[in-house]
Each structure stands twice: as structure tokens, then as C-alpha cells.
Design a protein around this ligand. Structure first.
Ligand code: ZN
Length: 406
């Protein structure tokens, strides 16, 4: 077993489901917080659990450069290394290679790139990207793809899509031959976490965290649909990726600078060709309004750095719209950040205090802002799942609506 995906309700094209992964169940549609370097910046793992995070995203590129795959594998894999007992998804590293490393050289074999940390030269191929992700041991890993830039000519979009398809087949082949090498799979039976026991009890197992079934589990590999902004290419990419056969399908190559309306069109045009019984993952989107919209279109999984990155810049999402907490107008504001939000930040602190922390460049500002933004995204998805469960399509709630619903 790797993953199971069960749909319990639909509303229009939206689906309410449960993805059962080796490290726990994930209610879908789900928003996955990004834990780039084995941490969701500023938020400790126990708090993420309390917020109800069921799956995190890790970035293969960053972990490959630091601390290194062998280091993580030697410490039992990413779950154990970062003391996160629930599900994890890792990306293939492709997107970061193209977006962060500046100088890259792409050949049929793979991509040569320079580390953004020290300029050293590295090489990723579909095979080495799979090996890296198997070493990290996330529940779900992604095929190695080339993220087509925007704008791209028709020829360029096709050539890039064809290469992604060849790389997908190579990714699948390598994965099938090596999936038993996952740090927690196969014969490993001592999979336990030292996260729940009291200090000094020697890491007593917590029945909630211990997943003995991981013994016979493997990771799941998802394919990625590319094809630029062309609907016909997207369809062809979807059908040929499905032919290779994956346990879930992602829509890649979006949020690369194209207008938002175009993103939505391409998402719709791609979704209709993806199998209904497999999870569908839209990579790298979006605002709270957008994640609701995409869930309504039938997307099951989404991730985005927006809530965490914006939080660190003092941009907070609320039921009354976006707030820039650095503004002087909040200096004397004793009200809660979002009166409709039940998160621990909104229950306890005033806008004035959050503004003060931010203006003083206090570490706590980043922590509290991130906790609220993540809560807001997770609550938004909770409401989306609730609506779909009732057979209704979800809508992004404004202030009074959120209050009436809470
Ligand atoms: Zn809040």
C-alpha cells in the first residue's frame, strides 16, 4: 500500500475526500503549508498539529543542498528528522532549480544548476531527483519535470512538455525499482517518534503518532501535467501522463507570471482530463479566494508560500480582507486582528500589539502572523469541505457570513 483516496461527497465539480497516506489521513480538499527547509518558518511542529495541519510540503532542492539527503536519510528520513509524524509531500526540486539557481543547463539527461547558497555546481536527473525524494521519505513524491516558463512559444511549450513526459517515464521506472529503499518502509519496524512522551520517558510511543502500518508501505509517486498555457497541449500532456500511470496527478507550470484569469482557464481545461478517482494537486496557488475557487473546480490538494511568506512581511488575510499590520492606523487599535477568526492569535492579541511587534522587528511578530495566516487558510478549507459535504459549492466568506457560520 502507498496511498488510498476515497471521495465521500461531491458538489458540482468539487469533491470532498480522504487521502490515506502511510503517516495518516488527510481530509481533502486540503491546503498544504510549505515547510521549505524542514520547517514551516516560525511555527513549531506541535503548534502545526494543534492547527490541524495533516500534510506538509517539503522542498527537495533546499533539503538536498542543506542538510543533504544522506544526512536526513541517516537520521531516519524527513518525518523523523523534523519530528513530524503526519503526512509529508516533497516536490521534485525542478521548480526551485529553475526559479532559484539562475544559471541552469538543461539537457535530455537532466539539469545542471548552481546552488543559490554557495554557487557550487550540482546535477539533477529524473533518477537522482527520485533517489533524493526516496531518501527523504515523504508520503508523496513528485515526478521530475521541467516547469515551462511564461510566456513560451508553441514550439518551446511542446518541446518542454515532451521532455517532461520522457522524464516522467524515467521517474516512474526509477521509483518502481527503488521504492523499497524508503527509510521507513520494507523491513523497518522500529518506526517511532519521540514527540509525544513526557521528558525522560525514553520516547514512549504515542498510539496517535505510531503508524505500524508504515512497515509494509511505500511512498506514492504523482505525475505532473505541463503544456504551458495551451489547452490542447495540456490535454495531451494529461492523457500521456495518465498513460504512464501515477497515483495522483498534479497541474504544474502555473503561477509563473501569467494573468490570474489564464491560470483558472488552464486549470479548468486540465482538470477535465484527469481521472476522477485519483487525487488532483494544483501546485503553487493561491490567495484564500483562489483556493476556494479551485476547490470548487475539483482540485483536491493545493500548496502556496503565500500565507507564510506574506505573514513575515506583515500581510495578514482576514475575513474582512487583507491587512498590512505595519500601518500606523493600527497603532492604537485594541481590536482583534480578525474578529471572526478563532485562532490563538486573534483570541489573545490586539492589532495594536501585533503592529508594535512588527514595527519593532520582534521575532514574535513573524510567529504570530504566520500562525494566524495559516489558521485562516486551514479554516477556509475546513469550511470548503463542510460545504461540499452538504452538497453545496463553497464560497469565500466575508465577515458576517463567517460569523454566522462559526
Ligand atoms: Zn486568527
Amino acid at each position: 500500500m502507498s496511498i488510498r483516496f476515497d471521495i465521500s461527497a461531491t458538489a458540482g465539480r468539487a469533491r470532498r475526500g480522504r487521502l490515506t497516506a502511510p503517516h495518516g489521513a488527510v481530509e481533502t480538499p486540503v491546503f498544504m503549508p510549505v515547510g521549505t527547509a524542514a520547517t514551516v518558518k516560525g511555527v513549531a511542529q506541535d503548534l502545526l498539529e494543534e492547527l490541524g495541519v495533516e500534510i506538509l510540503l517539503g522542498n527537495t532542492y533546499h533539503l538536498y543542498l542543506r542538510p543533504g539527503i544522506e544526512q536526513v536519510r541517516g537520521l531516519g528520513g524527513l518525518h523523523r528528522f523534523m519530528a513530524w509524524p503526519r503526512a509529508i509531500l516533497t516536490d521534485s526540486g525542478g521548480f526551485q532549480v529553475f526559479s532559484l539557481s539562475g544559471l541552469t543547463r538543461v539537457t535530455e539527461q537532466g539539469v545542471t544548476f548552481r546552488s543559490h547558497l554557495d554557487g557550487a555546481s550540482h546535477f539533477f536527473s529524473p533518477e537522482s531527483a527520485m533517489a533524493a525524494q526516496i531518501g527523504l521519505g515523504a508520503d508523496i513524491m513528485m515526478a521530475f519535470d521541467e516547469c515551462t516558463e511564461y510566456p513560451a512559444s508553441a514550439e518551446r511549450a511542446r518541446a518542454s512538455m515532451e521532455m517532461t513526459l520522457r522524464w516522467a517515464a524515467r521517474s516512474k521506472r526509477y521509483f518502481e525499482e527503488h521504492k523499497h529503499e524508503v527509510p521507513w518502509g520494507g523491513a523497518v519496524s522500529s518506526f517511532e517518534f519521540r514527540v509525544a512522551g513526557a521528558p525522560g520517558d525514553g520516547g514512549k510511543e504515542d498510539s496517535r503518532n505510531l503508524k505500524p502500518e508504515t512497515r509494509n508501505c511505500t511512498q506514492a509517486l504523482f505525475g505532473i501535467v505541463q503544456g504551458g498555457m495551451d489547452h490542447a497541449l495540456r490535454k495531451e500532456s494529461a492523457l500521456r501522463t495518465i498513460e504512464i500511470g501515477f497515483e495522483g496527478y498534479a497541474i504544474g507550470g502555473l503561477s509563473v507570471g501569467e494573468p490570474r484569469g489564464l491560470t483558472r482557464e488552464v486549470v479548468e481545461a486540465t482538470l477535465e482530463h484527469l481521472p476522477a478517482d485519483k487525487p488532483r494537486y494544483l501546485m503553487g496557488v493561491g490567495t484564500p479566494e483562489e483556493i476556494v475557487e479551485y476547490a470548487n473546480l475539483g482540485v483536491d490538494m493545493m500548496d502556496c508560500v503565500l500565507p507564510t511568506r506574506a505573514a513575515r512581511h506583515g500581510l495578514l488575510f482576514t475575513s474582512e480582507g487583507k491587512i498590512s499590520i505595519k500601518q500606523a492606523r493600527y497603532a492604537g487599535d485594541a481590536g482583534a486582528l480578525d474578529p471572526n477568526c478563532g485562532c490563538r492569535v486573534c483570541r489573545r492579541y490586539s492589532r495594536a500589539y501585533l503592529r508594535h511587534l512588527y514595527a519593532s522587528n520582534e521575532v514574535l511578530a513573524q510567529v504570530l502572523n504566520t500562525v494566524h495566516n495559516l489558521s485562516f487558510y486551514l479554516d477556509t478549507m475546513r469550511r470548503v469541505r463542510h460545504s461540499i459535504g452538504l452538497g453545496e459549492s463553497a464560497h469565500f466568506l466575508s465577515g458576517e457570513q463567517a460569523e454566522g457560520n462559526s
